[in-house]
Design a protein around this ligand. Structure first.
Ligand code: FAD
Ligand code: SF4
Ligand code: SF4
Length: 478
């Protein structure tokens, strides 16, 4: 192929390919995905930027170690089917990871093209190419079902259907074990379904990935709150040989400030679940209502805060204030999400911190009081510590407030399983290579172990756990 004859210098001169996007003025009035994805021509051109380096630092940066140079070379050659196969050896959810992975901190961070051009923004756009291939495969119809080995007669229970649980389901099922996924909600996908909004991750994609698992013979059981309906010991009594706990970190944290119990104050989890899972934007056609607000305050600076702020805009809010106590550089949200929120008109109140919420006579929030902050010396996290500036308080009129300052683990399973060890934050303690817990036959991974982390880290732990479960079911050694 002609592309192969290009010198590294010529490859470095190919401009980074940008995806087309919906206009910000239009997209705040709909829930459709913001970027359109690459065309096949763009994908080939972008993949041609790869230098096929022998050391491939991109692979080491990917928590599931996709063979990135191989799949990029397959794209250059127009072998999209081959590229999909390469990716799926280690990643069963490429359409999702290609969209939501923090690529600039993972696979793309060490990319030699980015290093040579002195900015990670110009690294080979691995995530966008992964998304292109996964979307292309979906457009072709049903994906190939992976080969399933002969039935072993062993049974595995998976608790939680987020990315960690789904990854284990696929890898354990491939070995020929029977797999049942128990999910507390009425739909699968965990945060992928109830947290991340449609305009960032279309739900049809998640449902297609789950259908692929069902085609492999994985059984999904919904409305099953384990720890409540059945304990882990009862699952063993029902004949399961191993259990993987992947219940995530769904317990919202609050600011603990005056007025947080007022009406109109939501945790981001509740707000996003109402909007995404329960489709409250269509109320009264759907059962669940949500505040139709004019002035919304969102507290926090991570992806969850950006998702909440951008959802509030799409639900018709006139002013959405994002209140964050540090500056923009310290914001933990992905740069792309901050950029999109900015374009859409979210108003950033940086270096400001809410100190109390003020209600009206009927108990509804009507104002927030904030204080201005300045940055002091670095704290334990390495980020400069925000310090309040004396007598700088001010008030802003609001009618809705969304608290998005973090989540911790749900205590239901640890509380109902006394022999399962947890750390002081309530996360289940598991070996970082085998994901074995203190209880024989029980493995755990994803946010319930890591605390609130990322999709691909949850999947990475799922892969480790699945390998260890397969080994345990083969030789019975704990
Ligand atoms: P989850 O996805 O939380 O899934 C856990 C599942 O277990 C849920 O379905 C839950 O209902 C179920 N469950 C809980 N308790 C029980 C029980 N007792 N019995 C049965 N089922 C139970 N990460 C990124 O990489 N990129 C992003 O852009 C990004 N954006 C995010 C935006 C939001 C709004 C949120 C909340 C998170 C975001 N994350 C993002 C983080 C990412 O989604 C999580 O790290 C990831 O989903 C964790 O996967 P998991 O499988 O461990 O748990
Ligand atoms: Fe990069 Fe995520 Fe894909 Fe790995 S899974 S190559 S980190 S986008
Ligand atoms: Fe290609 Fe960048 Fe990986 Fe090198 S580091 S193989 S240039 S994607």
């Amino acid at each position: 192929m002609e592309e192969k004859k290009l010198t590294p210098k010529e490859r470095l001169q190919i401009p980074t390919q940008e995806m087309g996007e919906q206009d910000p003025k239009e997209r705040i009035h709909n829930l459709k995905e913001v970027p359109f994805g690459y065309t096949p021509e763009q994908a080939k051109l972008e993949a041609t930027r790869c230098l096929q380096c022998k050391t491939a630092p991109c692979v080491a940066g990917c928590p599931v170690e996709i063979d990135i140079p191989t799949f990029l070379n397959q794209i250059c050659e127009g072998d999209f089917k081959g590229a999909a196969k390469t990716i799926k050896i280690t990643n069963i959810l490429p359409a999702i990871c290609g969209r939501v992975c923090p690529q600039e901190e993972q696979c793309q961070l060490g990319c030699i093209v980015g290093k040579s051009l002195k900015t990670v923004d110009k690294a080979v756009q691995i995530g966008k190419l992964e998304r292109f291939i996964a979307d292309w495969e979906m457009e072709q119809g049903a994906a190939d079902t992976p080969e399933i080995k002969a039935a072993t007669g062993k049974r595995v229970a998976i608790v939680g259907s987020g990315p960690a649980g789904l990854t284990v389901a696929a890898d354990v099922r491939r070995e020929g074990h029977e797999v049942t996924v128990f999910e507390a909600l009425h739909k699968p996908g965990g945060v992928l379904i109830y947290g991340i909004p449609e305009f960032r991750l279309p739900k049809a994609i998640v449902m297609t990935e789950v259908e692929n698992l069902e085609n492999m013979g994985v059984e999904m059981k919904y409305n099953m709150v384990i720890g409540n309906i059945h304990s882990l010991d009862e699952l063993f009594e029902q004949g399961y040989d191993a259990i993987f706990v992947a219940t995530g970190a769904g317990l919202p944290m609050f600011m603990r400030i005056e007025g947080e119990n007022l009406n109109g104050v939501y945790s981001a989890n509740e707000y996003l679940t109402r909007a995404n899972l329960m489709k409250a934007y269509s109320f009264p056609e759907t059962d669940t209502p949500i505040a139709r607000s004019k002035n919304v305050a969102v507290f926090g600076g991570g992806n969850v805060a950006m998702d909440s702020a951008r959802t509030a805009l799409r639900l018709g809010a006139e002013n959405v204030y994002l209140v964050y106590r540090r500056s923009r550089i310290e914001m933990p949200a992905r740069v792309e999400e901050v950029h999109h929120a900015d374009e859409e008109g979210v108003q950033f109140l940086l270096l400001q911190n809410p100190v109390r919420l003020i209600g009206d006579e009927d108990g509804w929030v009507k104002q927030m009081e904030c204080i201005k902050m300045e940055l002091g010396e670095p704290d334990d996290s390495g980020r400069r510590r925000p310090m309040p500036i004396k007598d700088s308080e001010f008030r802003v009129d609001i009618d809705t407030c969304i608290v998005a300052i973090g989540n911790s683990s749900n205590p239901l399973i640890p509380d109902s399983t006394p022999d399962l060890e947890t750390n002081r934050w309530g996360n289940i303690i598991a070996d970082d290579q085998t994901m074995k817990t203190s209880k024989k036959g029980v493995f755990a991974g994803g946010d319930i172990v890591l605390g609130a982390a990322t999709v691909i880290l949850a999947m990475g732990q799922g892969r480790l756990a699945a390998a260890a479960i397969n080994e345990y079911l083969k030789n019975g050694e704990w």
